[in-house]
Design a protein around this ligand. Structure first.
Ligand SMILES: Nc1ncnc2c1ncn2[C@@H]1O[C@H](COP(=O)(O)OP(=O)(O)OP(=O)(O)O)[C@@H](O)[C@H]1O
Length: 251
């Protein structure tokens, strides 16, 4: 692989993952640009989670290449912590916030884990920290809930808080797994807005089954099937693809 010539932020090249003879990913190639948001769709078992696992270093490809920042880093050679440190953040489907802490304390804790942070004396009181918490609260629409315990938030608000905690670490690429699952229609629409805002300054890959939400995102869509790309392009084009209808949308 010519790791130095690709301009993409994330580049998967012919990645295969074989579990006990079963090909969860089969020659999967995918390129994500800086500040691009991409929606990944596809039927159960298509390989979406396995693809995220390869990107984050949880699963090693059986063959193929995965690189980050225009080929600067070979993700297949790094462990999960090092990949997170490079600026790849992952949001799993179930929110994992500190329920007994307030919303703003959750964000403060996440700021301390800022992968770029230089240890600062009296960091707790620092004005920079307060400003960052305020700006994150604004962004994730929880300014009026800052002093509430995370446990008291709605499911959707908890998802936003966790996204805020990931943003505190200033990822270059944010991977988000089914953010709209279990959300109200309004929360779903707000989440699409939030992710669009986030994608102005970083890349976002969203795995999602909710087609209303995917339409709201208004971004390029990749449909996976049996571990490979079945179709890729604008949602209208992908959703008109006969094979996509057959294996996924027409169910
Ligand atoms: N650790 C593993 N060992 C064996 N098989 C696995 C393992 N992880 C995943 N698989 C299989 O690989 C295939 C792809 O799974 P994956 O979870 O990536 O699909 P998915 O597209 O995320 O599906 P869903 O939409 O249901 O989350 C599935 O058939 C799954 O059973």
């Amino acid at each position: 692989m010519q790791t130095t010539t690709t301009p993409s932020l994330l580049y998967l090249d012919a990645v295969s993952v074989v579990f006990d003879g079963f090909r969860a990913l089969n020659n999967l190639s995918l390129a994500i640009d800086q500040h691009e948001m991409r929606a990944i769709i596809g039927p159960n078992g298509a390989g979406k989670t396995t693809m995220m696992d390869v990107i984050t270093g949880k699963t090693r490809p059986t063959s193929g290449q995965a690189s980050f920042e225009g080929g600067k880093y070979d993700l297949t050679k790094l462990d999960e912590a090092s990949i997170a440190q490079l600026g790849i953040g992952r949001k799993f489907q179930t929110p994992t916030v500190f329920e007994m802490h307030t919303v703003e304390d959750n964000l403060r804790l996440a700021l301390k884990a800022d992968r770029r942070a230089v240890p600062t004396l009296f960091w707790r009181e620092s004005r920079a920290e307060r400003e960052r918490v305020d700006s994150l609260l604004e962004r994730i629409r929880l300014k009026d809930h800052r002093a509430r315990k995370a446990a008291e938030l709605s499911h959707g608000q908890k998802q936003w808080l966790e996204i805020g905690m990931l943003l505190a670490q200033e990822p270059k690429l944010l991977l988000v797994d089914e953010p709209a699952a279990g959300m109200t229609d309004q929360e779903t629409a707000d989440t699409a807005d939030l992710l669009r805002e986030i994608a102005r300054t970083r890349a976002v890959v969203v795995v999602e089954h909710d087609m209303v939400f995917v339409r709201d995102l208004g971004v390029k869509v990749t449909c996976l099937h049996e571990g490979s790309v079945l179709a890729e392009g604008p949602l209208d084009q992908v959703s008109a693809n006969e094979r996509v209808i057959e294996v996924y949308l027409g169910r």
